[in-house]
Design a protein around this ligand. Sequence first.
Ligand code: SAM
Ligand code: SF4
Ligand code: SF4
Length: 379
Amino acid sequence: MERTGLPVYVELRTNRPEGRSRPSVYSWSVLEQARTFDGRAGLLDSRGRALRDLRISVTDRCNFRCPYCMPGDVFGRDYQFLPRDEILSYEEIRRLAGVFVRLGAHKLRITGGEPTVRRGLPDLVAMLAELRTTDAEPVDLAMTTNGSALRRLAGPLADAGLRRVTVSLDSLDDEVFRRMNGVDFPVAKVLDGIDAAVEAGLGPVKVNVVLKRGENDGGILDLARWARDAGHVLRFIEYMDVGTTNGWRLDDVVPAAEVVDVIGREWPLEPVGAGYRGEVAERWRYRDGRGEVGVIASVTQPFCGDCTRARLSAEGKLYTCLFSAIGHDLRTPLRDGTSDDELAEQIGDIWAIRDDRYSERRAAATDRLPKIEMFALGG
Ligand code: SAM
Ligand code: SF4
Ligand code: SF4
């Protein structure tokens, strides 16, 4: 099928027979479309963005209380996390992920809350690792974690088929790190977890740093030096106004350009082109050949135009944007006998009308819109 530049899914909609809400020929078209369109692109949303990545939150719980994500005074002992029966089972996650992959998703990222607090995680990884993309390739299976359990879990996760891991680590300074994780967790244990991930073959490890002005921005060079020496891929993320509980202020954001400037003055940098459409990090290479560093400028240089990510929450809601207030319930159809083809059609319908570009519109008074918390849909 030739690429027309138009969202082809919308063209297909015009073929939908009147008065039939779920014609089987239509479901077939959606799946066929995902297989053939542009070779790899899959379904396009109303802004021409394909569904390429799925972030799967396996739990809304976490053993940390990072103030920018789950501030301890809000998420205390009395906080009601989701009851067990409201959380998707691993079999349900596997089934839904399979539908997303049939629709063109190539990358699956397991996240949370903290994914490693959910029991039996390697079982899920093994189930997801069996999935094949529309090009009959294994899916690119990764996980984002706070690293606290990697010494124990890196080996079993790698054996089960996990390919890559991203570890969130906001500082190498033990005092700063303990404060930023909100539960006094020592940095040495996370560093040991990162070593375990490398030993298990999950390297190069990506390390995500959320910078908060006055908290950890004094540690940029230490982190850069450490990652250069160890061969980790470092990414500095601008602190975002996700959710409603972290008291975000623009003054707390350390702009990505400042990070590049600070590092570049110590070790000269040159830009690297984006690795693929939808890559959110702006990548910079050290001119001395010692690897690269990335910045994710979601506040100061939004990148919604290339956003190919769907997010599945632990309770089975589909969010088409990190800042969406409303998720689309997939758990109910999943549990009431809806077929995979019908699920594909429903997901395709949601994706086709997707119009999200929150970060690009941030400046236009979006701050009063209701939002969902980051830990609930997986960052
Ligand atoms: N618990 C895991 C972890 O921390 O890596 C996975 C879930 S966490 C919600 C995913 C990512 O979101 C982490 O890298 C975290 O640093 C980032 N994050 C959380 N709140 C954020 C915020 N307000 N702004 C920017 N990044 C944030
Ligand atoms: Fe937990 Fe990750 Fe949120 Fe920190 S960022 S509170 S580790 S979910
Ligand atoms: Fe994607 Fe929404 Fe972030 Fe824009 S604001 S990049 S649409 S998740």
